[in-house]
Structure formats: C-alpha cells, structure tokens
Design a protein around this ligand. Structure first.
Ligand code: DAH
Length: 342
C-alpha cells in the first residue's frame, strides 16, 4: 500500500492539468465519494498495526497533495479561461442578414413601372408642393370650376398659393411645358387630399400618371397600351371595358374597368357582384390643355391616364382597409412579396 501511495504522490506532482474541466475531473478522481482516496481509506483498515502509523501519515500526505493541487490551480485556470478571447474562424462564410421587406405599395408600384417601361415609357418625377397652375389651372380647372370640389385640397399658407398636389397630373403639365416632343412618360408619386381617413379613403396615397404626346397619338393606342398593361398585371385572361367619364383635362374621357380577377367575372364581394373592378381614369388630352402648355393641338395629340397604386395593391393582395398601408405595422408589412397570392 505504501508504494501505491508513493506512486500516486509522484503522479500528482507531475500531472499537467490544462483546464478547469480537467481539474474537476481530477477532483472527482481523487477526492470524490468513489474516488481513489476513499478506496484507500477503506483499504487502510486492513493495514497491519505496526505499519499503520507510517501508512496513515502517507495517506494524509496524499490527501493534502491532491487538495493543494486543486487549490493552487483553480484560480489560475479560471483566470486563464476568462482571458482566452475566442478568435472566430475568419474564413467561414458570412452569416445571412435578416432581410427587410419592401412595402406592398412599393412592390406594386415597381411592378407597374416595370411594365410601362417595357412598353416604352420614360420615368418622370415632380414636386409634391406645386402651384395652382400645375395642379389645376393648366389642366382646365377654372377658378370656379365645380371639378375643384372633387379634390379636397391642402393649401399652404403662403401668398403664392402653393398646395400639396392632389394628383400626379401636375407632373403632366411640368413635362409638357418642357416642350420636348414626342413625349412618352409615366409619373409615379405621392398625392394628398383633405379627406376623412377611412377604410376606403386617406389623406395621402400614390398614383401613376401616364402621358403620351405625339403627332399620331390616338384613343386606340391608349386602349391597346392599357390592355397590355392589364394583361401583364393581372394575367393574360383579363378583360377590360371602358366607360365614358369626365375629367376637365381630357376630352374624350373614360374610366377603365378590369374583369374581376378574384372571381373571373362571376361576381364576388371585391367586384360587388358586378364582375368588374374600376382601376383607372384616362382620356385624350384636351386641346386646350395642350395650348395651356405651349403645344400646338393642330400638330400634336395626346392621351393620358391616372392609376391609384394603393387600389391596385388592395386588389392584388386582397387588402380591405387602406389605412393598413400607412400604419407601419411590421406584422402587416412583412407579408408581401410579388407572386404572393394572386
Ligand atoms: N387625375 C385624376 C384623378 O386624380 C386621374 C386621371 C384621370 C388622370 C384621367 C389622367 C386622366 O391623366 O387622363 O382622379
């Protein structure tokens, strides 16, 4: 037994313990309930009398050696481990970033812009604060024209009478007054109306205006352009129909409906059982508007159209409440990507 204890003392003296985990292993191995020392103390009972004293001293020495080893290494090893900075594997592939999602209005707007660009339309931009001339005057809304009441306007309190544009038709005026003809452009943007906010109306929304001015622009071109747009937007089986309408800046004027792509024209809640949904206003630019913008109506004619983007998004994604677009609730906004649903 003595020689065994001496061998163990030797082992403890030379043993390398690199980590706190290994130290704990060592503790269990020597001092644990079923450890080496416990077993030796059991064997000690069998040691014959004359050898008891010496063996007992050795055994205590062993126990102290184990305890000291633990005591001396514990703090050192723990301090070492805390200092060890993990160096990441710099060659590993980059982790993916959580991608945000595009707003449904942007998605639909970009899709619409893409379709019109493929049809040969340029992109034009204009300011949201405009004068009366760009929003109304040039577009044939006389001072006391009742059509001004159709669009409740936010006026700015400056003497020049600036206002928040009520429609993107103001950009038509800006583009026509540049005098670079022929002109084929779409004009997307935000517009403002002093409306009571409800599920169907808001004080801000988006439109895409379209304008084509050329020597040979015709209503047939307008119909074909819009028909191509609708087939790309809502599918090749979509049908369109035009209804006579009135806008001060177009003559003739029409509103266009598309066959309900939810029920295929059978009649449902979205199309209010009619099989058709109204999506835009359009017409041939009134010759007086051309004159107002310095274009000779004897030489040039034009067509124009205006589409509400939120309305398109509501139809495309089956959204029933316009207010959702402006509340920025992430749970709502995360749900959209093109190709979803319809
Ligand atoms: N500006 C009209 C509105 O906001 C929409 C519109 C109708 C635009 C007919 C046009 C058009 O260019 O030709 O209600």
């Amino acid at each position: 037994m003595k020689s065994r204890i001496e061998a163990l003392l030797q082992e403890i003296a030379t043993l390398e313990i690199p980590t706190p985990d290994a130290l704990e292993q060592f503790r269990i191995q020597y001092l644990g309930k079923k450890g080496i020392l416990a077993a030796l103390f059991v064997d000690f009972k069998e040691v014959p009398g004359p050898e008891k004293k010496e063996t007992g001293l050795l055994l205590n020495q062993l126990k102290q050696a184990a305890e000291q080893k633990i005591e001396s290494l514990r703090e050192v090893l723990e301090a070492q481990q805390a200092q060890q900075v993990e160096i990441p594997d710099l060659s590993r592939p980059a982790g993916g970033h959580e991608a945000g999602s595009r707003h449904p209005v942007s998605l639909v707007m970009n899709q619409m812009i893409g379709i019109f660009q493929r049809l040969g339309f340029n992109l034009s931009d204009g300011p949201e604060i405009v004068d009366d001339w760009h929003n109304f005057g040039a577009l044939n809304f006389d001072e006391d024209h009742p059509a001004r009441d159709m669009q409740d306007t936010f006026f700015l309190s400056n003497p020049e009478g600036w206002l928040l544009r009520t429609h993107t038709s103001s950009v038509q005026v800006q583009e026509m007054m540049k005098g670079q003809l022929p002109l084929r452009a779409i004009m997307p943007g935000r517009v403002y109306r002093n409306e009571t906010i409800s599920a169907r109306a808001h004080c801000q929304f988006h439109q895409i205006e379209g304008l084509y001015i050329a020597e040979d622009a015709s209503f047939a071109d307008l119909k074909q352009t819009l028909y191509s747009f609708v087939r790309e937007m809502f599918g090749p089986d979509s049908k369109v129909r035009f209804r006579p309408s009135y806008f001060p800046f177009t003559e003739i004027s029409a509103e266009m409906d598309v066959s309900c792509f939810i029920c295929g024209g059978e009649g449902c809640a979205v199309c209010k059982q009619t099989g058709w949904v109204e999506i835009l206003g359009c017409g041939m630019v009134d010759p007086q508007v051309l004159i107002n913008c310095g274009i000779d109506p004897e030489k040039y004619q034009g067509y124009a159209f205006g589409i509400g983007v939120e309305r398109m998004a509501m139809l495309k994604y089956g959204i029933r409440d316009l207010r959702l677009f402006f509340e920025n609730d992430a749970r709502f906004l995360k749900q959209f990507h093109l190709g979803l649903g319809l």
